[in-house]
Ligand binder design. Sequence first.
Ligand code: CMC
Length: 427
Amino acid sequence: MAKKALLSIDGQDPIELPILAGTEGPEVIDVSSLTGKGYFTFDPGFVSTASCESEITYIDGNAGILLHRGYPIDQLAEKASFLEVCYLLLHGELPNATQKAHFDRTITLHTMVHEQLRVFFNGFRRDAHPMAIMTGVVGALSAFYHDSLDINDARHREISAHRLIAKMPTLAAMSYKYSLGQPFMYPRNDLNYAENFLYMMFGNPAEDYVVNPVIARAMDRIFTLHADHEQNASTSTVRLAGSTGANPFACIASGIAALWGPSHGGANEAVLNMLDEIGDVSRVGEFVKKAKDKNDPFRLMGFGHRVYKNYDPRAKVMKETCDEVLAELGVGDDPQLKLAMELERIALEDEYFVEKKLYPNVDFYSGIILKAIGIPVNMFTVIFATGRTPGWIAHWNEMISGSYKIGRPRQLYLGKSARDIRPLAER
Ligand code: CMC
């Protein structure tokens, strides 16, 4: 027999609410009929609310588990490339060799952007934050690719997905080159996804740039570890924007905007800014104390997570990659990196952090790796956005290809009750 919850309000006949079971995770009480009975539910921050059905990603925050289409993230990071993970998120299965070759080639053939987009960059100040540029230019793609904007056509949705995944690294590198005043680098079809990104970031037309394979592998892992994370703030933003029927480029631009905040994708940038502020290993104790002080808004950036109340499984892989990169580049004794490691050590032992289950998250280590690679701090969130693009687009596509309603939460209104306007002279 189907399970039900009974909601009893003030002794009235109980309201029956169906209980739904997923393939994994807690059961879900379906409250969608409550509005017909004159009630809304109240759940600020959506901490107890499942906003949709999804088959893409599963997280068990208490156990520290993250699965994409059933595959654990550590296996994917170890055994699959970022483009294989993109394929998996979009299609539900890992590609076979023929499908992989075809997908890799398709993405490669879409890496260039419309030449007119280069001019678009000139409208920005040279010191513009690259996330500001990305929000603008990704949204602007909808003005360039009219031939793939019919959201009800599965082939159009697929072409838009390929375009977005392929063009994000190109636009990301362009936003960096623009800030330096260096020429934009065209993508190279003989390089893989991560290599091409590094080439467009660090190459210049005046001399050859040889991509270091250890760094390219680390970059690919950083993209993979950010590829999707269930219904997080930016993905929910993409779904909400998509539920209005907005085009995919506009939806992804809204995701980029939501990702920018320091509580979400901006945390990797905030980690490095925090390390700068701490300045020296001798001040770690002082800052840990500030983070624990209820009257001080300071938080340790890169620690804690809404869902993980255990070690973030992405952080485990990221820490290994961090060790590999630091060894390859021989920068293990960099004072800021030493400071980061001391902060990690103290926080992992501190009673406050242990009790509240505040572990280092993915952004703590990704910030350190990116810094070691030579990526400027203000580009960190852009790299997160590049990695998250397949997740955003997979969720958007899942929603659009199924049945969906426009997203429209309600509220607990605490404002004035209805009243009449008094004439100006009497106010
Ligand atoms: N430093 C110090 N105290 C903290 C921290 C922190 N980083 N994070 C949470 N707390 C405390 C918080 O003060 C609260 O204490 P109390 O129960 O005494 O009021 C308790 O832990 C629970 O915190 P919360 O804010 O209710 O938890 P949340 O689930 O709403 O917030 C979070 C999650 C990620 C926003 C938060 O942990 C945070 O601000 N962390 C720092 C920013 C950061 O690293 N964000 C990246 C998240 S991972 C990347 C991504 O997926 O986007």
